[in-house]
Design a protein around this ligand. Sequence first.
Ligand code: LMR
Length: 394
Amino acid sequence: MLEALKAQPQDKILQLIQMFKDDPRTDKIDLGVGVYKDATGLTPVMRAIKAAEKKIWETQDTKTYTALTGEPGYNMAMRKLILGDAVAADRLSSIATPGGTGAVRLGVDLAKMFNPGATVWVSRPTWGNHISIIKFVGLPVAEYRYFNAESGEVDFAAVKADLGQVKPGDVVLLHGCCHNPTGANLTLDQWQEVIAILKDRQAFPMVDLAYQGFGDGLDQDAAPTRMIAQAFPELLIAASCSKNFGVYRDRAGVLVAVSADAAQAEITQGNLSFLNRQTYSFPPDHGIRAVMTVLDDPALEADWKEELEVTRSGMLGLRAQLAEELRRATNTDRFDFVARHRGMFSLLGLTEAQVMRLREEFGIYMVSDSRINIAGLNAATVPVLARAVAEVIR
Ligand code: LMR
């Protein structure tokens, strides 16, 4: 029977991890998967997480099941981190999920349960796994144009035109901040316009918030999500702790639902818990508990915020340096957008052939659509990348 299975295409981002490992060159540069790296190339366990893990190790006296939702305290802390006090607490429901991907997957599952006729709209481009997950769940995907590859900015006229085609009840997947893969983001005024269009179209918004704290700050990055939560009676948010708490492999995410009122929120909660039960019963606990321990302890929380801020400002510094070096190396302002982008990624707008040359001739690894992970750079490798890019576009 197994011969009925077809070979699956490899994930474009994840296959880079192995290719990079297999490259024997010592001066190779990894700008592939979205993992933060410090100037020495290390993805550190954050200080506050390490302290929280110690605290857990010292105090935990059982590993019995918690709740289908995952630890309730984690859910509360994450709702607050994401939404602040934008929405009345009794309208919220949530479940812990294995990472942000788990939250996206169960969010799409839930969408199929409440509207099997929905089309799910994603930005073009978007994180490749969005499209793959939606299709796998069995809902049709539609794309709204998002990016002008020439200017490196959001093509806002196209965004508005395409979102104007959304049908009532369709789900529109939005990147809450730090757009992946482009790095180009809407201004708050543009978000207001998008909200007005989506309300007019009676769309159902779903926000993917995988990089809160990596763009302009924790609250600033949550601002569009909070605006949407205030404007719509209903909303789904798939959030990740992988990046901002650095707990990648521990798989800590959350799926938050905003319902129209408290009675509906209870029913929504029951459905979210049901989804966890059907998929894997209890979500993994370790990373979730470490995150909760950090957010519940003012000293650890302050230390986490401080380290996150260093991470964020480091990436901004690298952006400024890269834009400057690209200007010098190419003698043009073509890549100035790199400094204006936010988050871990920028889409450089190179052809696939140019990306291949960078990989083969220079040992510089980026996703084939020319997405780079800014955090894969350091002060020494920025000029190396700039010179190589100048060479392949010559
Ligand atoms: C990325 O976009 O590189 C990250 O979200 C990691 C992943 O799972 O693809």
